[in-house]
Design a binder for this molecule. Structure first.
Ligand code: IPM
Ligand code: MN
Length: 384
């Protein structure tokens, strides 16, 4: 009897609720038509709205489940508003719901934030001269240190904040494991960069200025020695922002410290057609959490407008990770089905949310979140 994977579902706030629902719909149909794949879904409320209602970002039980029971986590988004423009905040002024995402990354030691940048056929990119075959790389963002290390503080004089510091921590261990992750991925991808077929890992840093980046790069170079077939490559983050637009096809795998990775992965999302199609995985040695990276977008919430493709692709990544971890070909086969289904729906062109009804698709009547989810699920079904 095949094992049943426990998937913790954390829709969270705003459009996360709507898009994760479609991801679960697609995963459920995929499970139905994939003999040997058994998933159980365990959904928990969380996020800023939950905080507003209960005073907690999520329940102790939900947190415990993430640490002790879940085989993988599917997360939507957090961040809610009390009224337009007024975010729900924790007592220290930070975003309510952050513990679910940032806390979990730390707690479960999810050190590699994996953000594929792939332009699908049928998705308009703002890079007018680029074809889908030009854009297919993966950004690996270090996910547990850098500027996100919780070492920060504000000097208050009475009511006045006089100064504030955020300490950026780069460790040898952190740089080593994320670099190794990137090189392993490049080796596994086989096809290399679209431009030249070379397996390549680009280290994106600011080592011309920052000590932390010099350490990051030095450790990256040490790791590179162990992967003779993969070409190490280097770019300063400011220059990379330019090169990402000018020659995206040169990139295969890109690795960066936490905050730089955060910023450049939004750039990556833009060139692959926007936040509506950009998925990510937060991966550690034992645990992993997958998410659409679009955020909660309170002003679009509840309107059935948001694009569920990112959340659906997060579900695909979740299956790939389970497949790798447990050497389970059923998971890999299921992930492939979702990939084909997404590609089919996007290239057919008729069923798409408003964000993709642009360029040569400007005349298409936008579909709802649910319609796109159902279209992908129906495209999975015949692949049994
Ligand atoms: C992301 C997001 C988060 C981050 C926010 C919501 C805290 O921007 O996943 O990229 O900064 O990591
Ligand atoms: Mn971000």
């Amino acid at each position: 009897m095949a094992r049943t994977y426990k998937i913790q579902v954390l829709p969270g706030d705003g459009i996360g609720v709507e898009t994760v629902k479609e991801a679960v719909k697609v995963l459920s149909v995929t499970e139905e038509v994939t003999r040997g794949l058994n998933l159980s879904f365990h959904e928990f409320p969380c996020g800023g709205k939950h905080y507003l209602e209960t005073g907690k970002e999520w329940t102790e039980e939900a947190k415990r489940f993430s640490q002790e029971e879940a085989d993988a986590i599917l997360f939507g988004a957090v961040g809610w508003e009390k009224s337009p423009g007024e975010p729900v905040r924790r007592e220290d002024g930070s975003m309510a719901g952050a513990d679910v995402v940032l806390g979990t990354r730390m707690r479960l030691d999810l050190y590699a934030n994996v953000r594929p940048v792939k332009l699908y056929e049928g998705v308009p990119s703002p890079l007018a001269t680029r074809q889908p075959s030009d854009i297919d790389f993966v950004i690996i963002r270090e996910n547990t240190e850098g500027l996100y290390a919780p070492i920060r503080g504000t000097l208050q004089r009475g009511e006045t904040a006089e100064s504030a510091v955020d300490v950026r921590v780069i460790t040898r261990r952190g740089a080593e494991r994320v670099s190794r992750f990137a090189f392993n991925l490049a080796r596994q991808r086989r096809h290399g960069a679209p431009a030249d077929g070379q397996q390549r890992v680009t280290c994106v840093d600011k080592s011309n200025v920052l000590d932390g980046c010099r350490l990051f790069r030095r450790v990256f170079e040490e790791v590179a020695q162990k992967f003779p077939k993969v070409m190490p490559d280097f770019a300063y983050v400011d220059a990379w922002a330019m090169w990402c637009l000018r020659r995206p096809s040169y990139y295969d795998v890109v690795v960066a410290p936490n905050m730089f990775g955060d910023i450049i992965s939004d750039l990556g999302a833009a060139i692959q057609g926007g936040m509506g199609v950009a998925a990510g995985g937060n991966i550690g040695e034992r645990h992993a959490m997958f998410e659409p990276i679009h955020g909660s977008a309170p002003r679009h919430a509840g309107k059935q407008k948001a694009n569920p493709i990112a959340a659906i692709l997060a579900g695909k990544m979740l299956l790939e990770w389970l497949g790798d971890k447990y050497k389970d070909r059923h998971c890999h086969r299921a992930a492939e089905k979702i990939g084909f289904a997404v590609a089919a729906v996007l290239s057919a062109g008729r069923t798409r949310t408003y964000d993709l009804c642009i360029g040569s698709y400007a005349d298409v009547e936008p579909s709802t979140t649910g319609q796109v989810g159902s279209a992908v699920a129906e495209a999975v079904r015949p692949q049994s």
